[in-house]
Design a protein around this ligand. Structure first.
Ligand code: PMP
Length: 428
């Protein structure tokens, strides 16, 4: 494939935007080469500035669960835009999407909308701290909860790709209140609780991790976390920015039958517009301003375009009884095909999958935490990434990311992808 125009556009971008991108994971740092510039997208496909068609397995890092330029979302946004793009005043549609979200997700009474997953997680832990009167939080190595200071401690996603787990600019004061545990290691969590008795406000976790590849929770891990939280008066925060409205209508809470105390959302909930949200039962949510003492705000929060896109997206998911099964079946089909292609070409691999999240790790051993995810062969990943790109398949330019499956993918697209894996695997 030719990427002449993308390369030229990137060179221009680098002059005026740090690293040429507005979010580091887009920069191809982990795999080398220059990023692809998108011109437009429809359904399962991206069309780049050089006229290449790529099957998209990133899908804006999750939101485009029903495909790009999904009709009902586009129509809702266009209609709304004609009536004004922001008021900073209440609008009816905010209540409509809140009602729908509360009806779809278990165990939440109220929800507040913000502008990104970062804001959702940042606000959720402030609320947890305010509500419990305690300062410390436990997070898991390799989990990413956005780029607010408290979370940039062994974070996954781009923070792992770039090898800067502790970003300069995050103060020691902040870092000392973030305790780190190993994903899927309940004894580790117990030990941290023991040595920080009555100091921990919350445990925040991606219930299925998606920022060190896709890592499922081990059997009983989430249950044990729930029990520990109950025992020690700690709030359990599920970061469902990736899993929410993707693994099931009610996200990972529904899939695993575990109630979290606070749930964070992003990605799908905004239908591709900048939206995040956090939600909990009344008792906790009423601790927020203007009712309660914990402050949280946003000029553009609940923005009409974002709410219109989100409402259209959630309605589409709510009204399609089969969609989550269909997504899981497509992902299982892909899993089987990729696994066979890699096996036949003697490429060592482990594939993890939950619902429509899947990741390919170039290591034959089980991948269940950050440490095991980091063992994957990065040189093989780089060759795999560029090989797939050359075949017309776009996966995340980092080994520490999940692939996001969209319902817009046809079985022909999946076969095309599996054939591409087979071709690339011959050369790995
Ligand atoms: N939490 C999780 C689990 C995420 O995957 C992300 C983003 N990839 C975030 C939080 C942050 O969301 P945003 O990029 O919208 O700020």
């Amino acid at each position: 494939m030719i990427y002449k125009r993308s390369s030229a556009l990137f060179a221009e971008a680098e002059k005026v935007i740090p690293g040429g991108v507005n979010s580091p994971v887009r920069a191809f740092k982990g795999v080398g080469g220059t990023p692809i510039f998108v011109k437009e997208a429809k359904g399962a496909y991206l069309f780049d500035e050089d006229g290449n068609r790529l099957i998209d397995y990133i899908n804006s890092w999750g939101p485009m669960i029903l495909g790009h330029a999904f009709g009902p979302v586009v129509d809702a946004v266009v209609d709304k835009a004609k009536k004004g793009t922001s008021f900073g005043m209440p609008t009816e549609i905010e209540t409509k999407i809140a009602e729908l979200a509360v009806s779809m997700v278990p165990n939440i009474d109220k929800i507040r909308f913000v502008n990104s997953g970062t804001e959702a997680c940042m606000s959720a832990i402030r609320l947890a701290r305010g509500f419990t009167g305690k300062d410390k939080i436990i997070k898991f190595a390799g989990c990413y909860h956005g780029h607010s200071d408290s979370f940039l401690i062994q974070a996954g996603s781009g923070a792992s790709t770039f090898g800067t787990p502790n970003s300069p600019g995050v103060t020691q004061g902040t870092a000392k209140d973030t305790l780190l545990a190993n994903y899927n290691d309940i004894d580790n969590v117990k030990a941290l609780i023991e040595s920080n008795k009555n100091e921990i406000a919350c445990i925040i976790i991606e219930p299925v991790a998606g920022n060190m590849g896709c890592i499922p929770p081990r059997q009983n891990f989430l249950e044990s976390l729930r029990a520990l939280c109950d025992e020690h008066n700690i709030l359990l925060v599920f970061d469902e920015v990736m899993t929410g409205f993707r693994l099931a209508k009610g996200g990972a809470q529904e899939l695993y039958g575990i109630d979290a105390d606070i749930v964070c959302f992003g990605k799908v909930i905004g239908g591709g517009l900048p939206v995040g949200a956090f939600a909990a039962r009344n008792e906790i949510m009423d601790y927020l301003a203007p009712v309660g003492p914990v402050y949280q705000a946003g000029t553009l929060s609940g923005n009409p375009l974002a709410m219109a896109a989100g409402l259209a997206m959630l309605n589409a998911l709510d009204n399609d009884a089969e969609v989550f099964d269909r997504l899981a079946q497509k992902t299982a089909y892909l899993h089987k095909g990729i696994s066979k292609a890699l096996q036949e070409n003697a490429v060592k691999n482990t594939i993890n999958r939950v619902g429509s999240m899947i990741s390919v790790h170039f290591d034959e051993n089980p991948v269940f935490d950050f440490h095991t995810a980091a063992k994957g062969n990065n040189d093989t990943f780089k060759s795999f990434f560029h090989g797939m790109l050359n075949e017309g398949v776009y996966i995340a330019p980092s080994a520490f990311e999940t692939w996001f499956i969209t319902d817009a993918l046809s079985y022909e697209d999946l076969d095309f992808t599996i054939n591409a894996v087979n071709e690339v695997a011959k050369r790995l």
